[in-house]
Design a protein around this ligand. Sequence first.
Ligand code: 3H9
Length: 744
Amino acid sequence: MIPADPSFDEVYPESSRGTQGDKGVRVITLDNPPVNALSFAYCAKLYETIEAAHADDSVEAIVFSGANGLFSGGADVNDFNSELPAGAVTIRDVIRAVELSIKPHIAAIDGVCLGGGLELALACDYRIATPRSKLGLPEIRLGLLPGAGGTQRLPRLIGARAGLEFMLKGSAVPAARVLELGILDELVEGDVVERAISLAKEIPPKRRISALEATIAPDVPMQAAPFVVAQAHKMVPPEENGGFAAHKLIDAVQAAVELPFAFGIAREARLFDELVRSKASLALRHLFFAERELDKIPPVILPFDSAQGRLAQDDTESVQPLTVGNAGVVGAGTMGSGIAITFAQSGTPVVIVDTNEEAVDKARQTVMGMFMYQVQKGRLTQEEAWQRGQSITFTDDWSELADADLVVEAVFEDLDVKREVFAKLDAIVKPEGLLASNTSTLDIDAMAAATKRPDKVLGLHFFVPANIMPLLEIVRGRATSAQTLATAFAIGKTLKKKAVLSGNAFGFIGNRMIFDYMREAFGLAEEGTAPARVDAVMKAFGFPMGPFAMSDLSGLDIGLHVQKLQGKSGQGRTNVLEQLVEQKRLGQKSMAGFFKYDKAVGKGREPIADPVVEQLFAQEARKAGIAPRVVTDREIRERLLYALINRGAYLLEEAVALRTGDIDIVFVYGYGFPPHRGGPMWYADEVGIARVYERIREFEAAFGPQWKPSALLTRVAESGGTFAASSCFDKLSMTPGGGVASGA
Ligand code: 3H9
């Protein structure tokens, strides 16, 4: 018995109920804005619609299509957070109704077709799509597996190896490639629904992957399929370190290889249920939604007009971003070149300027070399590389920036130098152009003050290498306007970055937190723990590299420079960092830093423990009167991670970060925090805020005031709550540009 949903007619438009094509073809259009998600409520009505078509003798065939510019984004991820309501209709029931019908079904796909949407299509007799369509089973990215028959139908359709690869990658694959794989039957240049109707009128023979057709497609001989499955287990990360869903997915495909269809479906459902409750999936689903929150900016943070006693822009919804049709970059070093490549990759013409010809030539070579490398790797065609090269102008003539809609400066990290650049840009760039700094630490307001357009000044903090790293911190100054911010988020989308808003505070979100993390790593080394051990513990937690290898990668000279900018609060009770820099141990780039590097080991990127550095730490610690301590792996983990969490809580309290999810996105996409652990703030909730707080108090007693717990952390711990459930905004009264008037 399917429960009725009385509000459906209001919620879902007419097209959801199906229209009669001529000669008995019923077109059922998935229409559940914004992404036609197959929620329980929507599936209930879809099920009714499908069953009505099945019961109607005048309907000879059924075509599924999608409204809102896509086929379907899959099952509604929100539904997974609650228990299945009694009598709920799921995508599995819808698919079963399709499967049990003797009438032919055709999926007419135009646009995105993902997850449960593709599983519905897989249950149809035919699948046709427009060339712009993209199809995928991305459940693995949510720590899940395709749970509506995908793991059973796909291997039967295209074979175990190809099916596994498709599902383990979880990408949205262009239709042309999906056709090659054999998932689609036809690519349709014109109207895909029209084509599906005419195909349906031919009443095609059934081509359905179901209980009736239980054998697996032969991309590998049947005998080899178990071998493919066994190999796959070896190729994915271990279960406890981000590979939980992958192993379950492989188990499900093994069931497709070994068991009759109905048994395979049952196994898939059991494995899906296990995953949906797993910590890793909860964490990944948190990140999915956190990512979609990023550009939702509460008006409370916008510039405050103190004379009027109200926000300068009182309606963010109505703010339209400016169009950025071309961009400029100042500074042709590694960072500037990377930013220019990022713009070129997105199809935005860019001018890159430096003061001397030598730097400009070097940048030209770096950028062109990068495009050629991508051609060699098969990621770009010669023509694409040529086009990208053409879209970048290299020059030492600053006047070429005059027409730029946006200029990003990426010069030396020195406030005086940057202020000079901003003053110069203000005089050259058209008045409506935005001026951004790529600083990783410095004061955006001080730069804005060097211009007559502070409302158009902001930070755009890219991460190295800028053309590869997905994170972008958008930094708002006191005067940055809502329109400037809206434009920055639009640019973030164009550049395919995860753009996170930060207040204007030293180090913004990511670096400010990483300084505390590094402080503890350094402290542990000073207390006698080898850098290699600290790194090993953090790698075991899931980071791709530990803190010392990360420092070596970014450069010890850079670390020392930042430490000096930080002043007293900088890391370290000893001068080990200074000494290493004096010895020209600058990190990976000089083949020695905290670790040694050898070209023969891991292409010179593999850190090799160096007793010399351990001795240096011991010697300097003795001089500074730091007693050696024996620490457990757990303490190493706690000190590094809880330092992140406490600083994250301060940043929320100070409204530098807007939401815990924003911080988590920064750490997952900018610093390699293991995604299956959801980011530092999500992880804090998982450990329990009370427990984190208690340890932080112990560290405060043992190590000093740098461990003072934040007021927010204290409040959440005392109330027995979680970060996820506590919003900063309802408790804090904000002042312009990121300050907080009272922490009450
Ligand atoms: C699945 O199918 C399991 C099955 O195997 C069977 C189980 C039994 N659910 O990304 P956007 C929302 S698991 C709920 O900004 P775009 C999103 O939160 C699912 N909500 O748009 C946002 O809401 P808001 C497998 C969803 O155009 C709004 O839609 N499928 C879902 O850049 C717009 O999203 C996936 O993993 C969803 N499935 O990209 C696909 N999808 O406006 C996940 C989106 O309130 N989705 N929303 O912030 C995507 O990849 C992209 O959203 C999509 C659109 C490509 C569809």
